[in-house]
Ligand binder design. Structure first.
Ligand code: SF4
Length: 406
């Protein structure tokens, strides 16, 4: 029987809704009420010192009861009813699906998993395959280092370990292509080792349950400690898969379906309506600053000199003011020396504008000039400027020089 894991482990890889097994409108209220009664401490905010009470340890009953009724049906999974009937997962297939699911969606993996498991039904068969054939069969799944490691790992297990996968996280991590997450997932699902399995979905669930305010990735240790506490001695594999299902189908990044969640009672974020505030993202890095100068030449009739920017580069082909180059080092000419022509240029302050990859600070200069100039461009009458195709940063510069313009 095929077994493994639903690994919608990153925010990017949620399982589409159509893959879900039917979900009843509401979890068993009795189960939820019992869970709430057992989880009073979950409403308190998490602190650096993890709660010593029953909070995490009491999550499993409610979650497993929900999983028993709503587990997703996946081609590599031994469902809870079969597990209860004594069907054991095949470690080879658990491992195969886990490697495939790294960086790939559940939907994309299904076809490949079925093709691989049909063509190479055992680790010995995969080890005996030509590497080229494995690579060809992998084509289209991406991240080809995974396929190379898949083959290496199969060779090691088949030829050096007698065809048996190690049953511990440490033993699994020693194999090619298996990192901490994959080792924990295989150990839990294939061997029912109470390993703390923490993927992106599970991080989200636990940061919400405990309102963990530490930004990721700094919060990872705290989250892992909570998951380790919550992982039960019995059915740890089902527990890990239940968390994955919950995170991918119910506790979604946007608009989580808390009304359907078996942990809605004890969830601290739910209680305060702050679900979408967690997990806390790290502060964005400051953007590099580029500096330059913009020149507002005002003719004595009030018209302003505008130019068409070069087609290439930022704001390419758009209407603008004459400007200097914009440099990160601030070593370009940004004063009157960069002006399009000689005039009585007067500083009018600095405007700032944030682009995707940098912040631009433009020093604005203004001069009233008599007559036209040879500078390329056109003189736009005052009452026409508002209708020009000016990007926001240029409007800011114009407004700095001519506050009553817009
Ligand atoms: S109650 Fe809502 S926010 Fe809390 S764990 Fe459940 S789905 Fe997530």
């Amino acid at each position: 029987m095929i077994a493994c894991i639903a690994n919608a482990r990153r925010r990017l890889f949620y399982r589409p809704a159509e893959e879900m097994s039917p979900i009843s409108p509401k979890p068993d209220p009795q189960v939820t009420a019992q869970a709430v009664a057992r989880l009073p401490a979950a409403r308190s905010r998490s602190s650096a010192a993890l709660p010593d009470g029953p909070t995490d340890g009491q999550i499993a009953p409610a979650l497993l009861a929900w999983y028993d009724r709503h587990a997703r049906v996946l081609p590599w999974r031994v469902g809870p009813a079969d597990r209860a009937a004594g069907v054991k997962p095949d470690p080879y297939l658990v491992w195969l699906s886990e490697i495939m699911l790294q960086q790939t969606t559940v939907q994309a993996v299904k076809t490949y998993f079925e093709a691989f498991s049909r063509r190479w039904p055992t680790v010995e068969a995969l080890a005996a395959a030509e590497t080229e054939d494995v690579m060809k069969a992998w084509a289209g799944l991406g991240y080809y280092s995974r396929a190379r490691n898949l083959k290496k790992c199969a060779d090691t297990v088949a030829n050096e370990l007698g065809g048996r996968f190690p049953q511990t996280e440490d033993g699994l991590r020693a194999l090619p292509g298996i990192g901490p997450y994959t080792a924990a997932a295989i150990a839990a699902i294939a061997f029912d080792v109470p390993a703390a399995v923490v993927d992106g979905n599970i991080e989200r669930v636990f940061t919400r349950l405990h309102e963990i305010g530490t930004p990721l990735p700094s919060a990872k240790g705290e989250i892992r400690a909570h998951v380790a506490r919550a992982t039960p001695g019995e059915r740890p594999g089902d527990f890990a898969q239940a968390l994955m299902d919950l995170g991918s189908s119910i506790c979604t990044p946007k608009r989580p379906a808390c009304a359907l969640c078996p942990l809605d009672g004890p969830c601290a974020a739910r209680a305060e309506g702050r679900q979408e505030e967690f997990p806390v993202k790290p502060a964005k890095k400051a953007k590099p600053v580029r500096r330059g100068a913009a020149f507002v030449a005002e003719r004595d009739d009030g018209a302003v000199l505008l130019v068409k920017r070069q087609d290439k580069g930022l704001l390419g082909g758009m209407t603008g003011l004459p400007t200097s180059n914009w440099t990160v080092r601030g070593d370009g000419a940004t004063g009157p020396g960069a002006a399009p022509f000689a005039a009585a240029w007067r500083a009018k302050g600095v405007v700032s504008h944030v682009f995707t990859h940098f912040e631009l600070r433009l020093e604005v200069f203004h001069a009233v000039v008599t007559g036209d100039s040879d500078h390329p461009g056109w003189w736009s009458a005052r009452d026409s400027i508002a209708g020009e195709a000016l990007p926001t940063v240029m409007k800011k510069a114009l407004a700095a020089a001519l506050p009553d313009l817009f």
